[in-house]
Design a binder for this molecule. Structure first.
Ligand code: MN
Length: 288
């Protein structure tokens, strides 16, 4: 199933280029994004709620996806976890990027690990990425990182790798927008709009094997910057979920950015970023 949030945070089921409003099937729905417990409840209880949503999707009249405003398929997650250094070719290119932007290569940043990104950085597939004028004025590079994003379902603590996929609700596409430089990752990656997500959440049963997806990012129509198969993840999705859950309890609706493929590069106001992942869809994000 493809679950979308749209307009005033209504819940839709997407099929082809149509979306069906199934908000009425959720008695606890609340349009206020600040009280988004209904969304986290849906993430936790999706297996039990799925038949009701499917019935509503079959009963209601669909409208074109293009006629609604898609929102990020996430509401008030307790955290955004993100992976560093999770594709070999990206680790290699970061030696050069760090030499250029830091004047040296930083060894600890070249090893796989997780860090946090502020949930307030989330923006939707219809929203632009806003480059902070003060960062641009300082001459820092701001990069795109196009990533497979895991949406946590039931979650848990100390999840074994063999049990990890059972705690995943599904997947979406994310851009981990990043200022290059010497500051802590949590600041460089947490400016507002630095976490575009979308175009919807594809549940795990429909997404299939998370190691069999293809990620692409194309800048301005013809600059094909990123292309990778997720089988090339150094730490695959089950191991990421397990590792993160040994540190912090994964709560329903939490997000995990799985790491950047090679091909990261600077973005500028006016750029258009098309990012797509096989089986998950695509979105086109403008940079201002
Ligand atoms: Mn990243």
């Amino acid at each position: 199933m493809r679950l979308a949030l749209f307009d005033d945070y209504r819940l839709g089921v997407v099929a082809g280029d149509q979306i069906t409003d199934v908000t009425g099937a959720l008695p606890g729905h609340d349009p206020d994004p600040l009280t988004a417990g209904w969304w986290r409840g849906l993430c936790r209880d999706f297996p039990a709620l799925s038949p009701r949503l499917q019935a509503a999707a079959a009963a209601e009249t669909p409208v074109p996806v293009a006629s609604v405003r898609l929102r990020a398929p996430a509401l008030a997650p307790s955290k955004i976890i993100a992976c560093a250094s999770n594709y070999r070719d990206h680790v290699t290119e970061m030696h050069e990027v760090q030499q250029r932007t830091l004047g040296r290569a930083v060894d600890w940043m070249m090893r796989f690990d997780i860090f946090l990104k502020a949930p307030s950085a989330i923006s939707g597939p219809a929203d632009p990425v806003l480059l902070p004028p003060v960062v641009l004025a300082a001459g820092a590079e701001i990069h795109h990182e196009s990533e497979l994003v895991v949406v946590i379902g039931a979650g848990g603590k100390d999840i074994a790798p063999e049990a990890a996929l059972a705690s995943v609700l599904g997947y979406t596409i994310g851009l981990d927008i990043t200022v290059r430089g010497a500051a802590d990752r949590s600041r460089r990656k947490s400016y507002d709009t630095f976490a575009p997500l979308g175009p919807w959440l594809t549940t795990a049963d429909e997404a299939g094997d998370p190691a069999a997806l293809e990620i692409d990012l194309i800048r301005n129509g013809d600059d094909h910057r990123q292309h990778v198969m997720t089988r090339d993840l150094i730490t695959p999705v089950p191991a990421i979920v397990s590792y993160a859950s040994q540190v912090m309890t994964l709560l329903p609706g939490d997000l995990i950015f799985t790491g950047a493929p090679a091909g990261v590069g600077p973005i500028s106001p006016g750029d258009v970023l098309e990012t797509r992942i096989s089986r998950l869809g695509s979105m086109t994000i403008r940079v201002r």
